[in-house]
Write a protein of this length. Structure first.
Length: 416
């Protein structure tokens, strides 16, 4: 399995090609295993030592979690955190597309590419300190990230990690998830969804001056300004950082204007009322079509000879009000000691977990999964996680040997 994981790092091949690949390396010599022992069946059988189907009980026996716990403890013993510091962990979940329909884990679900394909969902926990992938969990394709929070804390308890800080995206945020974090004495830094009425009011009411003391950073997407406020969120007054991105604000305005222009054409056609709807039916139809954009229109219905038509205008005051929140976002931090700049930098820095996903899904050719049996799928995911750990070790060792070129290496790995 270790040799398979090494292959995933260096030159990913399918199980059918692994035998020839291994024989052309020094791995048989280094491992002390005869080259003839490396067969397709041997590789596939090795998967069953991690996760197997127990015929007698009809259950799947998966020992990947305790192995990951041992790997993490060993890693931290040899690569300790700086004195007095606790883990800052990023947690995220991604969809892994699937071939075949027989595996019960593969289900239709949400993915960033909006593909109607069977998938499984994989959650991963990564240390900010050294980018070490601490653990993973495999879920069915329709499982949402927010429903995995309790599983996450069960895993953190098994790993015996002292409470530190968790960073995750707004998709994991709810009253219950935040309370769960606090119940286990962890700190949380997370984006707040703009769909929340509370968050909308915060964004509308918070003015962020574009002056030097509020400037946080320049990013590829624009200039970031932020301020720390106190607001009642999830049952208590908390620290919330509101940040603005001027470039994003312009994009929000343009997107809304384009959508309103497009909707106005449809509204013109609907108000002709060729279907001869009554006033209520006509208004219901407009509401259904416009959805959240309905509030930007005002309508006047005209009845003539039992036929209803209408006129409309844009609500300029509503559009102006909406623009107050354009390009603004909110971040919740339960650590009151952090400044606005520290919170923003921590939150923006969480993309290292996404890069771990990207490395595993593309660099290690994880997708699409072609295994059909659930226990084989779980073991296959474990192999790829093992490959990710090996990649991390190589990276860290290289930086230890050549610290003077650390920045160049970081840039190279980020491109890869």
């Amino acid at each position: 399995m270790a040799i398979w994981a090494i292959n995933r790092v260096i030159d990913p091949e399918s199980a059918t090609q692994l035998s020839d690949w291994v024989r052309n390396t020094d791995l048989p010599l280094l491992s002390g295993i005869s080259p003839d022992s490396f067969t397709k069946d041997a590789f596939l059988t090795s998967l069953d030592f991690i996760c197997r189907f127990d015929q007698s009980s009809g259950r799947i026996d998966d020992i990947s979690a305790p192995i990951e716990e041992s790997l993490y403890q060993n890693w931290r013993q040899n690569n300790p955190l700086p004195c007095g510091e606790y883990e800052t962990l990023a947690y995220d979940m991604t969809a892994v597309l699937f071939h075949g329909t027989s595996c019960p884990l593969s289900q239709l679900g949400y993915n960033s590419n909006h593909l109607r394909r069977k998938q499984i969902n994989q959650a991963i926990l990564v240390s900010k300190y050294d980018r070490y992938p601490i653990s993973h969990s495999t879920y069915s394709g329709e499982r949402t990230s927010i429903t995995t929070v309790k599983n996450l804390f069960s895993r953190l308890n098994d790993l015996s990690i002292q409470p530190g800080t968790l960073i995750w995206d707004r998709g994991n945020v709810s009253n219950q998830s935040v309370q769960t974090v606090e119940q286990f004495n962890w700190k949380i830094i997370c984006g707040l969804p703009k769909t929340s009425k509370v968050v909308q009011n915060i964004l509308l009411e918070t003015n962020i001056p574009t002056t030097p003391q509020y400037k946080i950073k320049n990013s590829e997407c624009g200039h970031i300004y932020a301020k720390n406020i106190r607001a009642r969120v999830f049952g208590k007054v908390r620290s919330v950082v509101v940040y603005s991105n001027m470039n994003a604000g312009i994009r929000d305005i343009e997107e809304r204007n384009e959508n309103l222009q497009s909707y106005s054409i449809r509204v013109d056609h609907i108000l002709k009322n060729e279907e001869n709807l009554n006033e209520k039916q006509l208004n219901d139809h407009l509401t259904k079509i416009l959805k959240s954009y309905y509030r930007f229109f005002t309508f006047r219905f005209i009845k003539s000879n039992s036929h209803v038509t209408g006129e409309w205008e844009f609500k300029d005051d509503e559009i102006s009000q909406a623009q107050l929140a354009d390009g603004k976002y909110a971040i919740l931090s339960t650590d009151d000691n952090l400044s606005a700049k520290e919170v923003v930098n921590e939150y923006f820095g969480k993309d290292f977990v996404e890069k771990r996903f990207q490395k595993m899904k593309s660099g290690h050719e994880l997708m699409p999964v072609r295994h059909r049996l659930e226990h084989r799928v779980r073991s296959y995911i474990f192999i790829n996680m093992l490959a990710l750990r090996i990649n991390t070790v190589i990276f860290q060792k290289f930086l230890t040997v050549c610290p003077e070129i650390q920045m160049n290496v970081c840039e190279h790995f980020s491109r890869k």
